[in-house]
Design a protein around this ligand. Structure first.
Ligand SMILES: [Zn+2]
Length: 206
């Protein structure tokens, strides 16, 4: 059997004898007396299934088959092919964070990627210049590398409940605060099944 944790799951480790949280969707008591608990705030998925049973699941397949942006296989040519294959009306958010084009890249990391590329979430991919495509590719690579090197974003916690070391620029904690680059107030808008955050100064509307 396999156990799978989707995004949205808060997974915590508890040392032997440590108090277990009252609220959880799953608790796994391990042979050494420690435990793992999984809890959900807004949405999430925990699965238990026989090995092989999820092989046809599109999320599993995509994450298994497609290169991670943290690897050399995810290069400018690979990103260019994703851009070329996308529908002409697709926006920057749609390109990066929908249809499993880039498995694992979701709404959480999207905001800082677009901010650092100076691209508005609603900007159409087909309207971007090649310099903007290059900036977007560079930001996907560098922003995710920075978040990984610093053990995640400071708005998320790891297995031991410790926040990550990457200082998140755009999130619900920085909305309406001044942009660190230009001073304009950070904006939040509902868009494509979730909120987007952007700086109207650095990421002008299309
Ligand atoms: Zn700004």
């Amino acid at each position: 059997m396999r156990v799978g944790f989707n995004d949205g799951i808060n997974l915590r480790h508890h040392a032997p004898g440590a108090r277990r949280p009252e609220k959880h969707q799953l608790i796994l008591e391990l042979d050494d007396g420690s435990a793992l608990t999984a809890s959900v705030q807004m949405y999430g998925g925990v699965m238990a299934f026989p090995t092989g049973a999820m092989d046809d699941n599109m999320y599993y397949r995509a994450s298994h088959d497609k290169p991670s942006p943290l690897t050399g296989a995810f290069d400018a040519a690979y990103f260019g092919a994703i851009v070329s294959a996308s529908p002409s009306k697709l926006s920057a958010k749609g390109l990066l964070a929908t249809e499993q084009r880039i498995p694992g890249l979701g709404n959480g990391v999207l905001q800082d990627i677009l901010f650092r590329a100076r691209i508005h979430p609603k900007r159409k991919v087909s309207a971007m210049s090649s310099a903007e495509h290059d900036a977007l590719f560079a930001s996907v690579k560098q922003t995710l590398a920075d978040m990984t090197a610093l053990c995640g974003r400071d708005v998320e916690k790891d297995l031991f409940g410790k926040p990550g070391g990457y200082k998140t620029l755009l999130s619900n904690k920085t909305v309406q605060l001044p942009c660190t680059v230009c001073g304009a107030a950070i904006v939040r808008q509902a868009y494509m099944g979730g909120n987007v955050y952007f700086c109207p100064g650095c990421q002008p509307p299309c």
